[in-house]
Ligand binder design. Structure first.
Ligand code: SF4
Ligand code: SF4
Ligand code: FES
Length: 363
C-alpha cells in the first residue's frame, strides 16, 4: 500500500489533487462520479454509449492545451485532472449560454419527463444568461404529431441526441433519427412522418431521457394545472412478470404520471407502453370493486365474495362432471403475486389432475 491506501500495482490518476484508483476502461467522468466529484453533463445518460456532443463535462488535463470531454476520455495511469478550475467553469458557463441563447423556453413543467429539468437546473447553477448570443435558432416544433402519449416540441431541442440513442441502444427500435446538420438539425422519424406511422412503440424512453422537456409526457402534462405538489411513490408495474420498477407521480390522491425507476433492478429505467402510460385503470369509474354474478335476467349484479366463490365452484363442478377433468383450463394473471400464481397451478394440477395451466405473461 502507498500513502494513499492504493496497492502499488493499482492504476491511479490524480483527481483534483487526490490520487484515486480507476478500473480498466473507465472514463475520467466515471472515475470522478465514483469519487463524488460532480461534473455537469447534458448529452450523457449512463445507460448509453458516451457521445461527447455537448462538451459540458469538459475537464482540464495536465499537458493538454484544450479541455477534454471527460465522458469520452479514458483514464490512463498518471493523468492529472482538474474538474472545476476557473477556466473550466467559465468554459462551461459560455457553452451553456450558447445553448440557451437559442433555446426558446427554460421554465418547463417537471411533468414533461424524468430528466426535463436538467438544462434548467444547470442554467440556475451557473447563473447563465439566456439571451447572450443572438442569431439563428435550430429545431422546428412538431406539436401537430397526433398521438396521445408523446409531445414533440423541438423548439426546445438542444440536439443532444439522447432520445435517438436511447431508442436505438436501449429499445433496439431505431424509430427516430437525425435529419440535416447545424441549425437545420431536426429529430425525425423515417420519412419525417408521425410517430404512430413509424416503428415507435410508445415506450416513452425518449421522453424520460430528454434533458430540456422538448419531448414531453402528454398524459402527465394534462395535470400541470392542478395546484398541488407532485409526490413520487416507488412501486412495481402491475402488468406483467418482468416486474419493472416505477415511480408513480401523484397530485393529491390522483395518479398523474409514471416515471421509470432508473435504479430498478429489472428495467434500469426502461418501460414499455403499458407500464409508462396505461395507468388510467387504477382510478377508472368502470373498475370493478366488488364481485359481480350474472342473474336470471342475464345482467351482472354485485355480490359478496362468498356468493361469487360458491358460484364459481358450482361452475367448475358442473364442467368436470359433464366433460371430465381435462375440460378445465386455468390461466393465471400476470398481475397476481407469485404466491397466487403458485396456488393457481396447484389448484389446477393437484385439484383437477390436469396440466392445463398457463400464465398470461407468456402471451
Ligand atoms: S428532443 Fe430532447 S433528447 Fe432528443 S435531441 Fe432534442 S433535447 Fe436531446
Ligand atoms: S408491462 Fe411493460 S413496464 Fe410493465 S412490467 Fe411488463 S415490461 Fe415492464
Ligand atoms: S456530457 Fe460529455 S460531452 Fe456531453
Amino acid at each position: 500500500m502507498n500513502q494513499n491506501g492504493h496497492h502499488p500495482k493499482q492504476k491511479t490518476i490524480i483527481l483534483n489533487g487526490r490520487e484515486v484508483a480507476f478500473f480498466e476502461g473507465e472514463t475520467v467522468y466515471e472515475v470522478a462520479q465514483r469519487n463524488q466529484q460532480d461534473i455537469p453533463t447534458l448529452c450523457y445518460d449512463d445507460r448509453l454509449e458516451p457521445f461527447g456532443g455537448c462538451r459540458l463535462c469538459v475537464v482540464d488535463v495536465e499537458g493538454m492545451r484544450n479541455p477534454v470531454a471527460s465522458c469520452t476520455f479514458q483514464a490512463t495511469p498518471g493523468l492529472v485532472v482538474n474538474t472545476h478550475t476557473e477556466r473550466i467553469e467559465t468554459h462551461r458557463k459560455t457553452l451553456l449560454e450558447m445553448v440557451v441563447s437559442e433555446n426558446r423556453e427554460l421554465e418547463v413543467d417537471p411533468l414533461r419527463g424524468y430528466a426535463s429539468q436538467e438544462l434548467t437546473d444547470l442554467v440556475s447553477l451557473y447563473e447563465a444568461q439566456t439571451g447572450r448570443f443572438q442569431g439563428s435558432q435550430s429545431g422546428t416544433t412538431n406539436t401537430e404529431d397526433d398521438n396521445p402519449f408523446i409531445f414533440r416540441d423541438y423548439d426546445l431541442c438542444i440536439s443532444c441526441y439522447r432520445c435517438v440513442r436511447v431508442c436505438a441502444e436501449e429499445e433496439g427500435d431505431y424509430a427516430i433519427s437525425i435529419m440535416n446538420r447545424g441549425f437545420e438539425t431536426q429529430i425525425t422519424t423515417e420519412f419525417n412522418g408521425l410517430l404512430k406511422d413509424s416503428a415507435c412503440t410508445f415506450c416513452g424512453q425518449c421522453v424520460q431521457t430528454c434533458p430540456t422537456g422538448a419531448l414531453g409526457d402528454l398524459k402527465a402534462m394534462r395535470a400541470a394545472s392542478i395546484p398541488l405538489p407532485i409526490a413520487k411513490t416507488r412501486t412495481i408495474c402491475p402488468y406483467c412478470g418482468v416486474g419493472c420498477s416505477v415511480d408513480v407521480l401523484t397530485k393529491g390522491d390522483q395518479i398523474v404520471g409514471i416515471h421509470p425507476a432508473m435504479d430498478g433492478p429489472a428495467n434500469e429505467g426502461a418501460l414499455c407502453i403499458k407500464g409508462q402510460f396505461a395507468f388510467d385503470f387504477v382510478q377508472h369509474g368502470d373498475r370493478l370493486k366488488t364481485p359481480l354474478i350474472r342473474g336470471e335476467d342475464g345482467r351482472f349484479h354485485p355480490a359478496s365474495w362468498d356468493e361469487a366463490l360458491d358460484r364459481a365452484a358450482d361452475g367448475f363442478q358442473k364442467v368436470e362432471e359433464q366433460y371430465g377433468r381435462h375440460a378445465v383450463y386455468g390461466v393465471a394473471s400476470g398481475r397476481a403475486p407469485h404466491e397466487a400464481a403458485y396456488t393457481m397451478q396447484k389448484f389446477i394440477r393437484a385439484g383437477y389432475g390436469t396440466h392445463n395451466i398457463d400464465n398470461c405473461s407468456r402471451a
